[in-house]
Design a protein around this ligand. Sequence first.
Ligand SMILES: Cc1ncc(C[n+]2csc(CCOP(=O)(O)OP(=O)(O)O)c2C)c(N)n1
Length: 624
Amino acid sequence: MVVLEEISCSADLKKLNKSQLEVLAAELRQEILHTVSQNGGHLASNLGIVELTIALHYYLDLDSGNDEIVWDVGHQCYAHKLLSGRREQFATLRQLDGLSGFPKPYESPTDAYVAGHSSTSISVAVGISQAARQLGQQKKVFAVIGDGAMSGGMVYEALNHGGDLKVPFTVILNDNEMSIAENVGAMSRYLTRLRSNKRYRHLKDRLTKFLLKRKKIGKSFFNGLERLRDAVKYFLVRGVLFEEMGFVYLGPVDGHNIADLLETLRLAGQIEKPVLIHVITQKGRGYAPAEANPTAFHGIGSFDLQTGQAPAKAPSWTDCFSQQLLKLAAEQPQLVAVTAAMPDGTGLAPFQQLYPDRFYDVGIAEQHMLTFAGAMALRGLSPVVAVYSTFLQRAYDQLFQDICLAGAPVVLAIDRAGIVGEDGETHQGLFDLSMLCAMPNMTVLAPRDAEALRQMLAYALQLKQPVALRYPRGAVLELPQYPPQPLVYGKGELLLHPAKAQLGILALGDMVERALRLADWLAERGVAAAVADLRFAKPLDAELICDLAKSCGRLLVWENGIRSGGVGENILALLQAAGVAAEVELAAFPEEFVPHGKPEQLFARYGLTPEKLGQRILKRWQFA
Ligand SMILES: Cc1ncc(C[n+]2csc(CCOP(=O)(O)OP(=O)(O)O)c2C)c(N)n1
């Protein structure tokens, strides 16, 4: 790493010549590949944005904090981290207490804003540029956003507003023709048209350069020419969306040619208006397996660098959902499946293949997705919306009005519910229980194992009302010794009830298996614990909860979510309302943003392993 080793800030980069910048690009790719092959991470997007990151660091003054880059989603910031003084920690990427895989202002002031959820960067850039204007500061503000993220509605709210404000800032549209899967929708088609219109590009760039050179001649002459340019532009390409919204459109530019990128950045810097630069990149660039299959290498665990092969994985909760959905779809022709740009992650890809006409990828548009599904449900279809817990947050109002208030029989298949792990704060699925349980007209189910997931999905579709089914990331549990009893609405299931139980453990979803292990751990220490699977987070089984509270006197409630507003707190309220006195310990994540790390490390850190909870319980209660 001859060149990369010498770079610790953007001033260092400015000393390099053209060929050194190219060596730097190769070294950055090597470093990213090496680390991601060991720690996992977002590979393809990061390989694709290396030259653009170099050009931005070269062009901008990031060291003084004067200029700012806002990364959309933020999953493509690895080269940026390597160039901004974090090369020595890069081996700790995504590991507990190591570097985050996303921008974090607490790591470096060059990470302008937190990110993780898509389509926010233009709003942030508009906000930063307005703050600079109000405070009399001169600064260059850049939002870097992918073509996938351009499918999110917030982008258009921000373009609409930002273009109107007329204060200069730059949007870099990093167009690699891919979201995680293939990009979808009319906007994506529009970008393809712009991409392929080379005639437009050359003529228009020459005209813009000509105009900029002549700016000194006089404002009225310049304005006249600007009008002429607009006339030519409209002649060449009709409906230039970005220009209509108040942005000067530059490009398309080859995103792997540093010289071209720098020239365009300098050009943009002279325009005293909002600018959008359309940059064309290739996802996975420089690593053949990722170039060939960018979807598989979008987000990946550790893999063999030579072959590109990842180790075989145990069947996941997602796989189990995916298979059961296919089975139910074969029996129910009105069943349709919906995703917001995540057909692979949510396990809908097999459904998409088998039933292309009953499958909808709406783009990164969770809000639209819920309302769209609600309307289909109220007109006779059975939509199953597969969504990660954390991204459901974006559509809370749609959940409220267009699903729950409307009484739309939509099944929400909430994947990655609970601790997610290495993606950290922005991706942990810890808030859905608090969100969903607060909502009238909502039923919330959580399976303890694969068989329960299959059973609950079929049941949810039968209910014909809004239902959420939440299950976590990772290998699906199998508890063959506890085959699930038929579901009864609002009823839990008592799994273990030793005589003279001194403690009742009420567990939800994947915490049931941990509760059973805790009961064993306690039994070895002479404490008899009953274990119940709540099955329904909402409505709660008041009878089961009150009976256990009365018979044991002590309850432990265990859920894979945030404590505030979660099932444990709702059970406390239920007991109080019922006038049942019991001592209750809540096992959940505290009201914190839980950072990145392996799931098991995080459960241990927060005292949520069977052993740690067992010790907490023995400390709290002296069992006779
Ligand atoms: C609100 C939200 N929904 C879904 C996701 C999951 N997600 C992460 S990256 C991504 C695709 C982004 O595509 P694009 O912006 O083109 O970036 P690329 O990876 O192609 O560089 C998606 C859907 C997310 N981060 N945020």
